[in-house]
Design a protein around this ligand. Structure first.
Ligand SMILES: [Zn+2]
Length: 428
């Protein structure tokens, strides 16, 4: 996860306008207030409160099982057992390694899927032992997104304790592949190939953070590794031959001149440059790995096209500038990431419900854009949001990552997450 918050109060304003404009059928604000004031909901919240140390304990247990991209299985197996112990049905691990279990509803509402991702960015061998200092828990990966996995389990216990029945089935998922190299493979599978793919009406991904943070924009990205190759040679003896280094330099210079819109925010970066043999050799290979992002699909596509057009020109310019007697400079393109752009409008039920619950809980909703598991359903037109799961974390993706425990606020946030799930699944 990496996210950015924008349009704090504006979101709420737009939403109230939308509500008054076509509030004909449903008044989510009233429903949310009624739900939060109900005895059952208070029982559910009391259960979360009572469970707090258990939730923290589960965060520690799961954090200490490393889960690098593509190596989530050990953590997944433990989480699968936890899902099983919570009495969910159809508990399984799918083909790509997602683990899930169903809490059956009473009727025929659309399937509600709630998920937290199993993977962290840290490579195998990273020290993931948790250090607790007062109200702070330190360990790589502890916030993003390990802190959200036990929250889903706490929801099950709270619903059971309060005797909540829902119209919809709710699928609880610990998914693989959210972070960088995973390229959203877990949710991609869920929405394109799994047995649930045609039933999913609503999707919520829980990531670190308190309630009120609503990610309704999915920033898309395209990532490429470009390798320029050439004949190579001695820097002195073969001077005058074409060089992949100059082609690479030219491509980077042109890439850096591209003008991108501020809105929707569109960006590019050269993150890695590799290659060469020695200081006295004309290199035979040089590569760069680039990242392009946008919250707008058309803008991302346009940027990608401009980038791709630069490459043959840079190669042609180098082949024209120096001798090709021993061979030409060429390039090879490798796609290393492709995250779809998506968006869930503020007038969709899921956005209105999440906002109404947040306001009923005394928190003004803040809308933002980010790149998360929700990108996949958003890009398919399925109502999806990423919400703060309850625990505030800092220094995500660094070895200094930590979670700051604040019991009253964490419990309140979790209870609002639960209320959103309950309303989506058809409980009033
Ligand atoms: Zn994350």
């Amino acid at each position: 996860m990496d996210r950015k918050w924008t349009g704090a109060a504006l979101g709420g304003l737009l939403l109230s306008m939308t509500l008054s404009a076509h509030a004909a059928g449903t008044n989510y604000d009233k429903d949310a207030s009624r739900l939060l004031a109900s005895g059952k909901f208070k029982t559910a919240t009391a259960q979360i409160d009572k469970d707090y140390e258990r939730i923290v304990g589960d965060i520690v247990t799961l954090t200490e099982i490393e889960a690098p991209p593509f190596k989530e299985e050990q953590r997944a197996r433990v989480y699968q057992r936890m899902l099983q112990e919570h009495g969910l049905s159809d508990v399984e691990m799918d083909e790509v390694g997602n683990v899930m279990g169903l809490r059956k509803g009473t009727g025929s509402g659309p399937l509600v899927v709630i998920a937290a991702h199993l993977d962290t960015v840290f490579p195998a061998g990273t020290d993931v032992k948790v250090r607790r200092e007062g109200h702070t828990l330190h360990a790589p990966g502890i916030g993003d997104d390990t802190s959200s996995l036990p929250v889903l389990l706490a929801f099950v216990r709270a619903m059971d304790a309060a005797g909540f029945k829902t119209r919809s089935d709710i699928l609880f998922v610990g998914n693989v592949g959210e972070e960088g190299p995973g390229d959203l493979r877990g949710t991609r599978y869920l929405f394109n190939k799994s047995k649930y793919k045609d039933r999913i009406g609503y999707f919520i991904s829980f990531e670190p953070g308190h309630a009120g943070r609503i990610t309704n924009g999915g920033v898309g990205s395209k990532r490429y590794k470009v390798t320029f190759t050439g004949p190579g040679g001695h820097s002195f003896g073969a001077f005058g031959l074409v060089s992949p280094a100059f082609a690479l330099g030219q491509a980077i210079e042109e890439f850096g001149k591209i003008q991108v819109p501020k809105t929707p925010k569109t960006t590019y970066n050269v993150g890695l440059i590799e290659g060469g043999t020695s200081v006295n050799s004309i290199p035979f290979a040089m590569s760069m790995t680039v990242d392009m992002r946008s919250a707008g699909k058309a803008e991302l596509d346009a940027l990608e096209q401009q980038f791709l057009a630069i490459l043959p020109k840079a190669v042609a310019a180098e082949n024209a500038a120096r001798s090709t007697a021993k061979g030409e400079v060429a390039y090879k393109l490798e796609a290393v990431g492709d995250r779809p752009v998506g968006h869930t409008d503020l007038d969709k039920s899921i956005s209105r419900i999440a906002s109404a619950v947040s306001r009923a809980g005394g928190i003004e909703p803040q809308f933002g854009s980010s790149s998360t598991d929700s990108n996949v359903p958003m890009s398919l037109g399925i109502e999806a949001l990423t919400l703060g799961g309850g625990f505030e974390s800092s220094r995500a993706h660094s070895l200094d990552e930590y979670v700051q425990l604040d019991k009253p606020q964490d419990v309140h946030s979790m209870s609002l997450g639960l209320a959103t799930v309950l309303m989506l699944a058809g409980v009033k």
